[in-house]
Design a protein around this ligand. Structure first.
Ligand code: XUL
Length: 547
């Protein structure tokens, strides 16, 4: 009855989810609160309020009310909070929460007869709507930040990413330069992840390293705030407003606050561990360093947990490098593409009579390399490579590529899959240091992960065994695992207490679904160069078009 349980949250764009796991990592409870549906009075559209110039924000009061509602829901479903030994979670990356100078006192003294929302809102915040990752209003601040360090590549070398509108540094910079009154009234700035941890601690929580990597403010090699960048984004007071340098996941931040014990019955020794971002949370849920994760959803996201190595992965202006949440010195390489499922289903509609079975048949009828045809498809303006749009067809001969007008209809399904995956492969080869240990597994998630033809093609192109995840709730599971880790770690002997050791004891959360054919994989190695040339042609052509 009293065996320990661990609670993990995921505060994503559209909902707040919670997962409770047992010490042998079985999911024993899941709950969620959907912002638009359950809390419509906050007036959000898919969890956000959009402004006219690309602004996107979420009411902090909505997130806090969601916690009150979720806890009540869990209690009535019979979750026994007295058995929760640790709490952690993950949250949408990059968003920022602005606490007022009354926040420390308000956080500390929450009366048991009040909800979090009644007590904290609006007084604990200097800005009621938190800017979120969908915000694209800070182009000016991005260019200024890059110029400050000598250009986008220098900023990528320093922080792991060039400046992006959604990143927290440019967001803070906008408030500092354009809303000084709000900035000056701000006592502490949290990420969405550290804001959640602060509520549970009832005092400010530090930012976690992996999520801090999405700010353009942390030195990616030392995991410390970079004073020059802090100064550029928020003047001399930003260092104090951000609090101590970021901490590693699995750090014991202290016990849960008194309100949580009195109101919900959490035990006095329930530990709070740092909350992380949703992408790093997914990485810790489904992979260990040496694994790659490929999410084939609306967008395509590739996440690679790179083990510690003497030479750090190369930092590029089209990918992100994040510190790994639990393994010191390890990192996560992240690539985000806009043209994922939409582009594939357009091809399926147009050339495979609207049927995925037909699409698969056409792929299987054509040989790897597509009879020397390469097609790149960008119905939406792409992120990687930046700002390209349209359809580009090529014939490939011995490492050279020639643009062509058209393909036979049946060549398109294989062409889109090959080019989407070769784009990732070419970049991973470029980013990974030469002395990096070989990758071990590729874990597929997202809608297309169920397609057997796609699974096999992915195995062949990346030359890796392909696995699929057994859960859809990777973000909150990652949070629950980080909670379990902070409890488990001190009970182990030194040298056998890493997060990876814990996950090995847990057994796998993925199942193998495809094995590469080494002969075919070798053919794809050869095609990477042709793909690069085709992409160069497309980029040169789009640059010309926009001049
Ligand atoms: C990653 C990003 C999104 C959010 C969504 O850089 O902006 O994936 O984390 O929750």
């Amino acid at each position: 009855m009293s065996s320990p349980l661990f609670l993990g949250f995921d505060l994503s764009t559209q909902q707040l989810k919670a997962i409770v796991i047992s010490s042998d990592t079985h999911i024993v409870h899941e709950s969620s609160v959907h912002f638009d549906n359950h809390l419509p009075h906050h007036g959000t559209d898919n969890g956000a309020i959009h402004g006219e110039d690309g602004e996107a924000a979420a009411p902090v009061a909505m997130w806090i009310e969601a916690i009150d509602v979720l806890l009540a829901q869990m209690k009535s479903a019979g979750v026994d909070f007295t058995r929760i030994h640790a709490v952690s979670g993950s949250a949408q990356q990059h968003g920022s929460v602005y606490w007022s100078s009354d926040a420390p006192e308000l956080l500390k003294n929450i009366p048991s007869d009040k909800t979090l929302e009644e007590h904290l809102c609006p007084g604990a915040f200097s800005l009621q709507d938190a800017p979120i990752w969908q915000d694209s209003s800070t182009t000016e601040e991005c260019r200024a930040l890059e110029a400050e360090v000598g250009g986008p590549q220098n900023l990528a070398d320093l922080t792991g990413s060039r400046a992006y509108e959604r990143f927290t540094g440019p967001q803070i910079s906008k408030i500092y330069h354009k809303d000084r009154e709000i900035y000056d009234a701000t006592h502490r700035i949290s990420l969405v992840s550290s804001f959640l941890a602060s509520l549970f601690l009832q005092t400010y929580a530090p930012v976690e390293v992996s999520d801090a990597s999405g700010m353009n403010l942390m030195n990616i090699l030392t995991s410390k705030w970079d004073d020059h960048l802090l100064n550029a984004c928020g003047g001399p007071s930003l260092k104090e407003k951000l609090g101590p340098d970021p901490v590693l996941g699995g750090t014991n931040l202290g016990s849960i606050g008194g309100w949580w014990m009195r109101k919900w019955g959490f035990p006095t020794d329930c530990i709070i561990a740092p909350f992380t971002g949703d992408n790093p949370g997914t990485v810790v849920a489904l992979s260990t360093p040496g694994d790659a994760l490929l999410s084939l959803g609306t967008s395509t996201t590739y996440l690679l947990a790179a083990p510690p190595s003497a030479t750090p992965p190369k930092r590029m202006t089209t990918s992100h490098l994040l510190s790994h949440p639990t393994t010191e010195g390890a990192s996560i390489i992240m690539l985000c593409y806009k043209n994922g499922a939409l582009a594939r289903s357009q091809i399926m509609e147009r050339y495979a009579a609207g049927s995925w079975d037909k699409f698969n048949e056409l792929v299987e009828q054509t040989p790897p390399g597509n009879n020397s045809r390469l097609g790149l498809y960008f119905p939406l303006i792409e992120i990687i490579p930046p700002n390209v749009q349209g359809q580009y067809l090529f014939s490939t001969t011995n490492h050279s590529v020639e643009p062509v007008e058209s393909f036979p209809d049946e060549a398109h399904p294989r062409a889109i899959l090959e080019s989407q995956f070769l784009s990732i492969k070419s970049r991973v080869l470029e980013i990974l240091p030469h002395d990096a240990p070989p990758l071990e597994r590729l874990i597929l998630t997202g809608g297309a992960a169920g397609n057997p033809t796609i699974r096999q093609l992915v195995a062949d192109i990346f030359n890796l065994k392909v696995y699929v995840a057994r859960t859809k709730e990777a973000g909150s599971l990652g949070g629950a695992l980080l909670a379990k880790y902070v409890w488990w770690k001190p009970q182990q002997t030194e040298g056998k207490n890493s997060y990876t050791d814990m996950r090995h004891q847990d057994g796998d959360s993925v199942s193998e679904v495809a094995t590469p054919n080494s002969h075919v994989a070798a053919q794809y190695e050869e095609l990477v160069e042709a793909y690069r040339k085709a992409e160069e042609w497309v980029v040169a052509r789009s640059t010309k078009n926009t001049l």
